[in-house]
Every structure is written in structure tokens, then in C-alpha cells.
Design a protein around this ligand. Sequence first.
Ligand code: SF4
Length: 313
Amino acid sequence: MIDTSELVRKLRASGVTRIALQFPEGLKRNAVNVASVLSDAGFFVVISGDPCYGACDLATGLLEMVELVVHFGHSPLDDTPCIMYDPYRMDFDTEVLGLAIPHLVSKDIGLVTTVQHTHMIPAITEYLVSKGITCHSVEGGARAPNPGQVLGCSYGAARKCNKKEILFVGTGQFHPLGVQLATGARVIALDPYCRTVEVVNADRFLRRRFALIEVAKRSGNFGIILTLKSGQQRRELAERLAMMRKDAFIVAVHEVSPDELLNLGFSCYVNTACPRLAYDDQDRFSVPVISPQEFEIVCGSRTFEDYQIDEII
Ligand code: SF4
């Protein structure tokens, strides 16, 4: 829930009068309401209408017309000035954790979640301890600064807790899959809203990626996607990959769209932008879009046995 009274208080305290609002796709429906409240409170408000999937994609271009951008739904990735973050917290009843307990085999586990729920970690820990289960949540690194926080491009908190079994609490299938691939641990995924529990199995994902790599090996040329979004840009990586083959060229883009890639005509693309693009969005593309590590397999400098999920470190 967005606490607009608190937001007005913080904005007044900051002394700004002209602000922009940036929402990720899932929260955009709040834009009109939040803008109305702030406008009534005397602020000049602009809403960013561009797609946004993370704090890696800040609407800094709007700072030409406003003094501050309020970015909802994510925690900071870096210290970009003139950005105020409102991470959007979502609560749930910790009793739902009881559903996961029968699936745990260890009494000493790692605990990870996404930014919406990191404030619940102390309550989750307390509940599990009351059931005789010790859990560990550690900071993963600068991209995911809250203890226990994982991102679709950063699983440091899962790796660093160094446990053979990890409980992921949150929604969606991608994060727990990433936790499993990044750590090799047994991963239990609890969705506290759908009240479902799953022991994560990456086999199907790996089979699909293997098939895609085989298609990529037959490609005649490779476009190395380099995004111009600062929080996703990996120039050194893109340049290193482009040097691995004569038929590989860097393609610089802001927004990666299937139509644009189709027009460029490469028979395979290597994604150095948001890692989820290659994994989640493959169905949108007519040619393989593979990760940097998968490209290394195509080039023979890595084996499939050494498969790694892509992360932005
Ligand atoms: S790079 Fe992708 S996964 Fe990482 S913060 Fe940005 S949108 Fe999220």
C-alpha cells in the first residue's frame, strides 16, 4: 500500500515542489490517485508513462523538468541523486509459513524474499524459530541491500547465507528458480497469497535452455545486446563477448523490442541487459536470445555442466 500522507510529509521536508512519479508495471494503476493527492497538496506532478521493471531504469530524463523523481516499488541500486524511493511493502499473515514447514528437511535454513517483503523477515524468522527452525538472512550486496533480499539479477543473499536448504517467500516462479540455480541448494518456494508451496526443480528450465543453445550453435551471426539503461548496462561484458567471435557485433539499444531485433536480422542475440529478458521473454522473440554464459557455451569456452544463471554483480 502506498502511504500518501507519509509521502507528502517526506516531500515537504525535502523542500521540493516539482516532482515526477515512476511506477513499475504492477503499480501503475496507483498513478492517478497518488498524483491527485500530491497535486492537492500543492506539488507540480508529472507521471512517467514509460515501462519500468526495476530501479535499474530510473526516469532521470525527467529531472530536466522536475526537482525529484519518486520511484515506487524498488529499493536503491546505487546513489543516483534526486531520486526518492518508496519500496511498497506488502504484508501477510505469518501463520501461512506453517504450510512450508512440512516440506523442509533441515532445521537450519536460509531465508530469502523480494523487496516487498523484506520488512517481514524479522516476523518470519520469529515464527520459524518458534517452530524450532533457525533461519539466516544476510545482505547480498549493493544491488539488493536489505538482508535476505534477492532480485532477478542478484542472488547474493541466497549464496552468502551458505545453506543447503533455502526458503523463498514471495510470488512468481523466476526468483526461486534463480535461487536454486545460483546456489545449488534445495529451495522451497512459498507463495503467501496463493498459499502454495513448491520444491523448486530447475530441470525443465535447463532442458529448454539446452535446446536453445543447440539452435544458437547453428546461428550465422550474433547481436550482442547492450542496453543504454545505466543500471543494466554491462559494457565491458558486451565488449568481451563481441571479441569472442568475428560474426558477433554489439547492438546498442534503450528498449529491447522483438520488432527491432527482427529488423536487425541477426540469427541469434546475446543479452547483456536485464538477465530476465533472455529467460522470461524468449517466447516474444523469433530467434534465440541467450545469456552471456550460454554464449560462452556456444563458443566452447564453457561447458553445459558448468551452467550458471546470469547475474549483474
Ligand atoms: S536488471 Fe532486471 S532483474 Fe535487475 S533490477 Fe533491473 S529489472 Fe530487476
